[in-house]
Design a protein. Sequence first.
Length: 440
Amino acid sequence: MLSRRHLMMAGAALMAVGDAQAATPAKGFVTVRDGHLTLDGKPYRFVGANLWYGAWLGSPGKTGDRARLGRELDRLKALGVTNLRVLGAGERSPAKVAIDPTFRGPGEDYDQDLLTGLDVLLAQMAQRGMKAVIYLNNFWDWSGGMPAYLRWTGNGDWFQQGDPAHPWPEFADYSARFYGDAKAQVLFQNYVRALVTRTNGVTGKAYRDDPTIMAWQLANEPRPGGSEAFGVANLPTYYRWIAETSAFIKALDRRHLVSTGSEGDMGCLQREACVVEAHKPVSIDYLTLHVWPNNWNWIDFKDQPATYAAGEAKCRDYIARHVALAKGLGKPLVIEEFGLIRDDRAFTPGALATFKDRFYGMVFDTALADMKAGGPIAGTNFWAWNGEARAAHPDAWFKMGDQAYVGDPPQEEQGLFGVFDADVSTLEIIREHAEAVDAL
C-alpha cells in the first residue's frame, strides 16, 4: 500500500502531468466530458467484446498465432465490434486451472514474449480502428491474480479457488487480503509502472501516447471480500487501494482513462454505497458493470426456461440501479461483461441459444435506449469472443498446456458462455446492435 507521503507525491505528479498535457491536443484519445465518454469532441459509443487472450495470440512464443489473431480481429470488426477488453497481466501460479505462460513471476522476470504479444495486439487493433481496455490484475486465480501475489509474499496459506477444503466465501476473503499487503503492492506497482511506461516494440509508440488504449483497469472484478465479517472490515482498505492505485496510474499516464473493473454491487458485498464510494475518486473516470444471472443464481443453470423471465427482470433492475448510481456520480457507465449459457448448457459451437440470444437482446436494447435518452451508458462488452477456437477435449475442460484459447477462462468449460464464429443467431444480434449504435 502506498504511504501517505507517496500518495501526496503521486498526487503532485498527477497535477504536474495534467498541467503539462492539458495544452496538448488529445486527438484520438477517449475522454470524459459532462458524464459521457467522448472521442474527438463527439460522443463515444461502442459495441465491444472481451478478448482476454489477445496478447497470448500475438506472442512470438509457444502460444502465438498471429494469423489467427488477425482473423479474429477481422471477424470482430466485420460484426461492428470496435472495443476490446484484454488482459495485460498474469502471474505464475500452481492453480490447476491457471493459464501458462504468464506475464510475470515473483521477481522482475517479466515475460518478454507476452509483452511483445501485447505490442502486436495493440498494433493490429490500431490498424482496424479499435480501442483497448487493459486490465492489470485479477481477483480470480485463473490468471494467477491477487492470490499469486499473496503466495509470493507469504500472506496466509495459499489455496486455489474451488478447493473443497476452503468453501466459499473463504477464497474471496483470502484474495481480498491483497489490498492491504504492502509487499504485494510493491510488486504490483512495479509491474504497473513497467507496463504503463512501456514503448511498443512494433509501432515505436509509448503506451501512454497511444490512443488505441482507451483505459487502464485496476483489475478484473476486484471485490472487498466475500463474507460480511471480513468484507465490511476490509472496505476502508479496499477504497484506499482503489484511490491510491488509480492516482498512481494517472501520475504515470495522464492521457488515458482509468476504471476499476468492478461488477457493481454484486461484487461489492451487495451494497450500492460500496459501488459509489469505490467510484468517487477523481482518478476513476467511469463505472463498470458485469451482469451474470446464471452465476448469481438468478437464472438456473439446470432450468433456464422456467427461471429466465424472473431472472431477466432482476437483470433489468440491476442495470437500472447502476445507471442511477452513474448519474449520481456524474460519470459514464460501461456494461463490460455479460453472458448466459446456451440451451441445455451446450458447449458446442452453433448450438441452440434461445435464452442467450434473448438475454443479449435485452442488454443491447437497454443500452441503446439509454444512449438515445442521453444516459451514462457508453457501451457494452459481451463475454467473450471464442471465435474459431474449439475445446481441445471431449469434456470441454481446459487442461494445462492447451493453447487453443477461447473466451471462457480455464476455470469454466470451454464454450460455457463464449461466442463462437459458428453461433449464427447470436452473431446476428451483435451485428444488428452494432449497426443501431453506429447509426446514433
